[in-house]
Each structure stands twice: as structure tokens, then as C-alpha cells.
Ligand binder design. Structure first.
Ligand code: FNR
Length: 190
């Protein structure tokens, strides 16, 4: 069975992040071919191109973690109708120095949850624009805009509602198939 290492980024660094809780519940629904590992960006300072001449260890490690993943999944809240600044900063680190964009040709997916009815839809569109610019092949469909409600995740950390769990399981199976398709034409060792 071919397995894929999916590096994931949580767009929120809040200790009680609902997106982190959601991500943990989501991964319980994943097909066995997908192996998830978090890529942390907490140690990154605010990016400036002044760092490019001598990229710090945290920046190099972050870039390597993106580059060595078979795919990237970003689970993010929407902040002020966009993505959180910390996440954007991390993506900027991965994109530089010029000519070494770590997202190039890495398949990606986006998903997120917020208490609002549109469930991060606008933030996800901003993220899609960024990933497009960075030449990351993105899963376009299905989209997943998840409204976070009390009781959505039960005490066992699972998605409580069966139809939501089915939708999310299908989302991850589609992501699996998407990764397999992309890596057929863009093999990771090429
Ligand atoms: C928010 N929130 C929010 N929600 C939303 O649906 N659209 C938005 O544009 C915003 N904007 C926004 C800005 C800032 C600075 C904060 C702190 C919050 C509310 C947000 O969805 C809520 O706080 C979630 O709990 C954020 O997800 P995490 O950080 O808990 O994973």
C-alpha cells in the first residue's frame, strides 16, 4: 500500500484553537494511506528579505519540512476575512530566498472552521491565491467550509455528527486521490 506523508499547518497558534481541535478530529477520519505530521512555524521571526543572505536555522528547517512532505494540508481560521498573519509569515519564509520556493509542485489542500456561517470561505480564497502564486497544485474540489458549533466535536475528540463525518472522510479520500494523481506526473524524487 502506497502511503503519503502529509505535512499540515494549523493557521492558528491559540492554545484553545478550534482549528487544531478540528484538525485532530479530522485526521481520525483519514484513509490509512495518509500519514499526518504537523509542521510548526512558532519559532519563525517576522520575515524580511534581510534574512535571505544567511537564512536562520528555523527558516531552513521549516522549508525542509515543507519540501520533504508528499503533500501539505492547511487547516486555518479566517481572521479579518483573510488568513492569520502568523500563517502568512510562515508561508513567506517557505517561499524565499528567491528561486527556492518550497511549495513549488507540492500538492496542497485547504480546509478550516469558524463559528461564523461562511466557515472560513473568504480566508480560504485568499490562501488559494497565495498557493497558486507559489505554484502548488491545489485540490480545487471538494471545498470544505466548516461552521464550528458546540457539540460538533464530542468528548472523545471525534466529529459527532455522522453526515459531517462522512463529508470529511470523503474530503480526505478525495485528497488522497488528488495527491496520488499529482505525484504521478510530478514524482517527488524528480
Ligand atoms: C476572528 N474571527 C473571525 N471569524 C470569521 O469567520 N471571519 C473573520 O474574518 C474573523 N476575523 C477574526 C479576526 C481575529 C483577529 C480573530 C482573533 C478572530 C473569529 C474566529 O473565527 C474565531 O476566533 C475562531 O476561534 C478562530 O479560530 P482558532 O484560532 O480558534 O482556530
Amino acid at each position: 500500500m502506497k502511503t503519503y506523508n502529509v505535512g499540515y499547518l494549523i493557521g492558528s497558534i491559540a492554545k484553545d484553537s478550534i482549528n487544531r481541535k478540528f484538525a485532530n478530529a479530522l485526521f481520525k477520519l483519514a484513509p490509512s494511506q495518509l500519514k499526518f505530521a504537523e509542521i510548526s512555524y512558532r519559532d519563525l521571526p517576522i520575515y524580511s528579505y534581510d534574512y535571505d543572505a544567511d537564512y536562520p536555522e528555523a527558516g531552513r528547517k521549516f522549508k525542509q519540512a515543507i519540501k520533504s512532505s508528499d503533500a501539505i494540508l492547511i487547516v486555518t481560521p479566517e481572521y479579518n476575512r483573510s488568513i492569520p498573519g502568523g500563517l502568512k509569515n510562515a508561508i513567506d519564509w517557505a517561499s524565499r530566498p528567491w528561486g527556492t520556493n518550497s511549495f513549488a509542485n507540492i500538492p496542497s489542500g485547504v480546509i478550516g472552521t469558524s463559528p461564523g456561517a461562511i466557515g472560513t470561505a473568504v480566508g480560504q480564497q485568499h490562501l488559494r491565491s497565495i498557493l497558486g502564486f507559489l505554484n502548488s497544485p491545489q485540490m480545487n474540489s471538494p471545498e470544505a467550509y466548516i461552521q464550528f458549533k458546540d457539540g460538533m466535536i464530542n468528548d472523545a475528540g471525534e466529529i459527532a455528527d455522522a453526515s459531517t463525518a462522512k463529508f470529511l472522510g470523503d474530503y480526505l479520500e478525495e485528497f488522497h486521490q488528488f495527491i496520488a494523481r499529482v505525484l504521478t506526473v510530478l514524482p517527488r524524487d524528480a
